[in-house]
Every structure is written in C-alpha cells, then in structure tokens.
Ligand binder design. Structure first.
Ligand code: FES
Ligand SMILES: [Fe+2]
Length: 357
C-alpha cells in the first residue's frame, strides 16, 4: 500500500472496476490490485479509505474480507456496515455513480456539474447489468504521471506510432494518410449516426483548464470496413449500448487519472496511479457483454499494443528531457487538449501532486 497514493486520491478521482465483479466479497478493495487504497462495502455501497481508525494502518491492503465486520489485522478492531467500532470510525470517500461504475473522489463538489451530466448521459446508455470485466493489465512506467496524461490527450503522435490504431479508428487512419480534410467528415458522420440512434451527443468535448477537475467526452467513428475495434474486425460480444453495434465510439477523461474509450461492444477503462515523482502505474480494464466468448488476447489487442508503444515512445524520447511546465512547448491545433492540460497543470498547488518532473 502506498501512502502517497492516499494523498492523491484526495485530489483526483479514479474509477472502481471491481463493482462489476460478480460474487464479490462483502468488503473489497476498489480494484483487484492494491493500488487504490479504499475499501467498499458490497451491501451498503459505502466507500472508505483503507485506513484504520486506530493507528491508521491499512486494513485490506488490496485484499478482501467476506465477513460482516471488517477486521483490522493490526490490533483486531472491527468495523460494521455503519463504519464504526466502539473507539472510532472509518474515513468516508465520496463515490459518484457513472453508469455501472463508481467514481471514487475525495470531494465530489469539485466535479463540474455540467461536464458530469454530459458524461453520465453517455455512460447511462450502456447496459451495465449485462457487462463483465474481460481482462486486466497493469503497466509500470518510470516517470511522473503528467507525461502520460499529456500523451493520452493528443492524437497527433498516433499516426506515426500506433499501427493497430491506424487500422481501426477513422480519424487516425485519415491522418496517417495525410487526408486531413476528411477529419471533419468523420466527425459529422459520427454526429449523424448518434442522432439516428437517438444516442446522446456530448457537448463538453474539451479539457477545460478552468475546471478544478476537468471532465470531457468526445466521439468519432471506426473504420467502416473494420466493424469493431478488434484485430478481426468482429465485435467482442453482443452489443452493450444503443441496442445495436455501431461505428461510433466515445472517449474522454474525468480528471487526469481516469480515461476511457467506449465502443458498442466493449469498454476500455484506465486509471493512472501516481506512485511517486518518477513512478506511475497504469491500471487498465477491458469489459464486454457477459455472454462474450472472446479471449483476453482478442480483447486487449488494440490497447495493449497501443499502451506498450506509448510506454516505449514516451520513455525513450520524452521522459526527463522536458521540464514541465517551466519550459514552454509548442502545441498545434491538433494538440488542443494537451495545450489545455498544460495550462491547467500550471495552476495546481505544489506538494503531493508536484508538477516537477
Ligand atoms: S491500527 Fe487497526 S486496530 Fe490498531
Ligand atoms: Fe499514444
């Protein structure tokens, strides 16, 4: 368990993947690994820091307990569903529903209500009762978290570095072919497809540097000949949104740590966990319809390859070579989100989420 991570959770949200795991124990950690230091009570839905009321020791430490009262292994204090024991109480964490997921945050009041309303409208379109986690992967990268967030927010590098993505997503494929005039056409086609399905068209499509915790959601289309974001072009299972398979997909983020791509057949969800100034873990989860018979390899093909390409690229060429935000990079229009992120991060307080890298 990492104390530093506790401090960061007080600042920016991450999402709980484990809430969709069937038959979970009564008390479980927020994720299947030990990175998000909270415990969740299955029956009440309440969430607490994984921190004993006594001497502030970790209680679950990434594990789980299938018993009515949560027991601290240090001196044996036990806590009921109401979070209390005779000598103290657990510290609650705010939890915000996002479709069938749970957004964990220290202070839900810092979320922008308009941006969250837009996200909730999209996430609510998915049939969460029919969705199961299909695969999990954790990547460890040797650098400050801001490199990875900055990289995630722009597609400019994709056509040079992500061959799988080039075969699947229209705007990346067009850029790699130098066909920039097509980009607006794809976006308009995606908007028309959303309208024809009666699906929600997001408005908050940009990272707002003035939000305390920016959230945005945007959309685009898959390459038509490629029916799904998979190597075979076949969907990973029955549709989980819109009641049909669609070429439209959504992508976006809530704060700097939770990022997502939502396809009509599966979801790719990512939490960044800053471990220290020069270590970040990236925890990824793929989800699909509960009747999916796809293998893990089929599920992770696109984003596992893309993640590994980004890790190699950014580690080799960028980490330690730029000092953010003391030096001023140049951002083109196609890097608008990263430019806004750059503005936003300059306003962060120094300290646990130090911008020194
Ligand atoms: S620290 Fe938990 S019982 Fe003492
Ligand atoms: Fe990338």
């Amino acid at each position: 368990m990492i104390l530093h991570d506790r401090e960061l959770l007080r600042t920016f949200p991450v999402v709980d993947f484990a809430s969709l795991v069937p038959d979970r124990p009564i008390w479980s950690s927020s994720v299947l690994s030990d990175m998000a230091p909270v415990v969740i009570n299955r029956d009440s839905g309440r969430v607490f820091y994984d921190m004993c009321a006594h001497r502030k020791a970790a209680i679950l430490n990434g594990a789980s307990q299938d018993r009515a009262r949560l027991r601290c292994p240090y001196h044996g204090w036990t806590f009921g569903e109401d979070d209390s024991c005779p000598n103290g109480v657990l510290s609650p964490v705010d939890h915000v529903p996002l479709g069938g997921l749970t957004l964990l945050t220290a202070d839900a009041a810092r979320l922008d209500p308009d941006e969250m309303e837009d996200l909730v409208a999209v996430f609510d379109q998915f049939r969460w009762a029919d969705i199961k986690p299909l695969a999990r992967r954790t990547y460890s990268v040797p650098s400050h978290w801001s490199y990875w967030v900055e990289n995630f927010l722009e597609c400019y590098h994709c056509s040079f570095n992500h061959p799988q993505l080039c075969t699947v997503e229209n705007h990346i494929a067009a850029s790699s072919g130098g066909n920039f005039s097509a980009l607006g056409d794809f976006y308009n086609a995606a908007g028309r497809e959303l309208a024809s399905m009666g699906a929600h068209r997001p408005l908050t499509t940009d990272w707002d540097p003035d939000s305390a915790v920016p959230a945005f959601i945007d959309f685009n289309t898959l390459v038509k000949e490629h029916g799904a974001a998979t190597q075979s072009g076949e969907p990973l299972g029955p549709p989980i949104a819109f009641n049909q398979h669609s070429h439209v997909f959504y992508y976006g983020a809530v704060g700097p740590f939770f990022h997502f791509s939502l396809y009509s057949d599966h979801l790719f969800l990512t939490n960044f966990h800053p471990i220290g100034p020069s270590e970040t873990r990236i925890d990824c989860c793929w989800m699909a319809h509960k009747n999916s018979t796809s293998t893990e390899d089929e599920a992770i093909w696109l984003w596992e390859n893309t993640m590994l390409q980004d890790i190699e690229l950014v580690t080799r060429l960028h980490v330690g070579r730029s000092r953010f935000p003391q030096e001023s990079p140049v951002f083109l229009d196609s890097e608008e989100q990263s430019a806004s992120f750059h503005e936003w991060i300059k306003g962060l307080p120094k300290g646990d989420i130090s911008t020194d890298r």
